[in-house]
Design a protein around this ligand. Structure first.
Ligand code: GAL
Length: 658
């Protein structure tokens, strides 16, 4: 199978979405001049070009794209060619309203924006296949083509009638019989028993709480339908170009796709990443998404989109202050990216995203944003041969699963004061602050390579996942689980006793009497720290080696934290410093060491291959002690026993050549 290295060829890909159909052709020549000067070696063409490519049904106009493909080739810029199927032309919806999706209230999502396609519509799928076929036939042999980019950020839902038909078929495949479905969905409650498949609907608007397993299955179904759309187009382009890799861009921590499952179907895993420049935890957010994408890719991955400056979809859209674009881009490289790309090359003058930054902003070539883009291009060109293809290894895995998220984050639960991603972020951030490099893993993955496995919250665990966790601990691994783990099975059926019995035994819990969620701003005093979000009335069975009790209140003296051998259970979310300290200790006991000791507070350190990346996320100059003599690949300077980093400064250290 082809992979990212087939496109990078020992370089880091640098570039972005290029939407030249917005500009007169003379601008294309100016674009190419600027691209070359900025070290751009890759552009993504055609992401939203369907109406331009197929202005009338079955009538293609490739002349403009021919000229662009040639222009890119002549200038040594590779093309990631997109199928344009994320934004069908108006004629498709006009002629075939069945291609338009319906929301949960049955309202149509019309053309006039983008992503107005029903994943279940046979007509949409037929037209998407036809334009994909035409593109692949025309450009499969073009020398500029390096990779395929299918659709864009698959993220749509459809509750319409055609989706209902496919949903029933999907459920028949999953359950076989209505009896099995009724059992899995617990339809005995509230008179929901189904006597005919045709009675089953997508999770449409209901008067009160919806059946949670129906909602869970509808999410699974949606992810699977979108995946069918992806693989259908992927298979078409593969037939023409079996030697070229295929990707589609994920949104970070997006709830609509089971990205573990999707990643298995891609040659290259790519993601779009837009941390808020004003978020004090923006760097940690970036690190989380980068670690997750690398883990899905099981190696180098592609940063498909980021913003060179401001986005246009937050409340107050700040640009990136000087240096931040470079810092966050190099952070992605440190954490395994072999491609650093943007949305989009040239900032639009019209349309919905004219206030969204580009690599060339409204200020043009002289603008600060473009000047920084140019500097970064030079940095990446320097790093490429040393970095491309190399790996990041981690001693710790954080477990994450979309199905558990879908089951857990629903209405009608004990607390709506937190969402699952917040819990995941809190744990990953604690590990980041402890300077521990982490992978992500699925609960049924092989965990043997890791010294410690951290489970922030896996509300729904299959029997196989539970077996996997138990086997991991039996095999000598260290396991740390957060609250609401192992609560339900794959059908969202609560496990007897409120937590899988085998897990209770693992942690030394006799009875989990009650859950005591904490309100916003409320904390539970524990021995040595405060807990947030949640607490539990647990009766230990006396086998734990160590417990940290709640102090005061209803739970006084009951364990907030239990450790039995190498298995830890946290029945609350400790405040950030306490969680960091606890995980630091757990990691040390398990033999997982921080990347570097004694780092200044704002400095992140990551090892990739035999390089050490040091990234200063602060605005103050700092000195980082690094024993020995090294070469900084960014400056070519030799540094001995330490390096000084200015505001948002980065060093990439290697041993000097002998
Ligand atoms: C992404 C999308 C791009 C652009 C960008 C703006 O979600 O793929 O086309 O809209 O956001 O931030």
């Amino acid at each position: 199978m082809p992979n990212l290295s087939d496109a990078t060829r020992h370089r880091i890909l640098y570039g972005g979405d290029y939407n030249p159909e917005q500009w007169p052709e003379e601008t294309w020549y100016e674009d190419v001049r600027l691209m070359r000067a900025a070290g751009v070696n890759s552009v993504t063409l055609g992401v939203f070009s369907w109406a331009k490519l197929e202005p009338r049904p079955g009538e293609y106009d490739f002349a403009w794209l021919d000229r662009l493909m040639d222009l890119m080739h002549e200038n040594g810029i590779g093309v990631v060619l997109a199928t344009p199927t994320a934004s069908p032309p108006p004629w498709l919806g006009h002629l075939h309203p069945d291609t338009l999706p319906r929301d949960e209230d049955g309202r149509t999502e019309w053309w006039g924006g983008r992503q107005h396609f029903s994943h279940s519509s046979a007509t949409y799928r037929r037209h998407a296949a036809a334009v994909t076929e035409a593109l692949a036939a025309r450009y499969g042999g073009h020398p500029a083509l390096t990779m395929w980019h299918i659709n864009n950020e698959y993220c749509t839902f459809d509750h319409g009638d055609e989706a209902a038909v496919r949903f029933r078929r999907w459920l028949q495949d999953r359950y076989g019989t209505l009896d099995a479905l009724n059992t899995a969905w617990g339809t005995a409650f509230w008179s929901q028993g189904y006597g005919d498949w045709d009675e089953i609907l997508p999770a449409r608007r209901a008067h009160y709480l919806k059946n949670p397993t129906q909602v869970l299955d509808f999410r699974r179904f949606t992810s699977d339908m979108l995946l069918e759309c992806f693989t259908a187009e992927r298979d078409i382009v593969r037939r023409h170009t079996p030697h070229l890799p295929v990707t589609t861009n994920f949104m970070p921590l997006w709830h609509g796709q089971d990205a573990w499952r999707w990643a298995e179907e891609e040659d290259v895993v790519s993601v779009d990443l837009y941390p808020d420049p004003r978020d004090p935890h923006g760097a940690q957010e970036g690190a989380l998404v980068q670690d997750m994408t690398r883990s899905q890719a099981r190696g180098p991955w592609m940063l498909m989109e980021q913003a060179a400056g401001a986005v246009n979809w937050r409340g107050a859209n700040h640009p990136k202050p000087r240096g931040l674009n470079r810092l966050w881009s190099l952070q992605a490289v440190a954490r395994g990216a072999d491609a650093v790309c943007y949305f989009q090359w040239r900032q639009s003058r019209q349309g919905a995203e004219k206030f969204h930054s580009g690599m060339v902003g409204h200020a043009g070539e002289e603008g600060r944003t473009h000047q920084e883009v140019k500097q970064l291009g030079a940095d990446l060109a320097r790093l490429g041969p040393h970095v491309a293809g190399s790996r990041v290894t981690a001693d710790i895995a954080v477990l994450h699963d979309w199905h558990s998220w879908w089951a857990g984050d629903q209405d009608g639960r004990p607390s709506t004061r937190f969402a699952y991603p917040d819990v995941l972020r809190a744990w990953h951030r604690a590990l980041w602050e402890a300077r521990l490099t982490t992978d992500f893993a699925h609960p049924e993955h092989d965990l043997a390579p890791y010294r410690a496995v951290v489970v922030p919250q896996l509300y729904a665990l299959t029997d196989a996942a539970t077996d996997n966790l138990l086997a991991y601990v039996r095999g000598g691994g260290t396991l740390v689980c957060g609250f609401l783990t192992g609560t339900a099975d794959q059908d969202d059926r609560i496990r007897p006793g409120g937590m899988d019995a085998r897990l209770r035994e693992l942690f030394g819990i006799r009875t989990l009497h009650e859950w005591w969620p904490l309100d916003t701003g409320e904390t539970a005093v524990c021995d040595g720290f405060h807990g947030t979000l949640w607490s539990e009335e647990i009766e230990p069975d006396g086998t734990a080696d160590e417990t940290l009790p709640y102090q005061g209140g209803e739970l006084d003296g009951l364990p907030a934290v239990l450790r039995k051998g190498r298995a830890w259970y946290l029945s609350t979310l400790p405040e950030p410093d306490a969680l960091r300290d606890l995980l630091t200790r757990v990691a040390a006991d398990a033999g997982a060491r921080p990347v570097l000791g004694g780092l200044p507070a704002d400095v992140e350190a990551v090892r990739r291959g035999d390089l050490l990346f040091l990234l200063n996320h602060g605005r103050d100059q700092v000195t980082v002690e690094v024993p020995g003599t090294h070469r900084d690949l960014l400056t070519d300077a030799t540094v001995t026993d330490g390096v000084t980093l200015g505001r948002y400064g980065v060093a990439v250290l290697t041993e000097p050549p002998a």
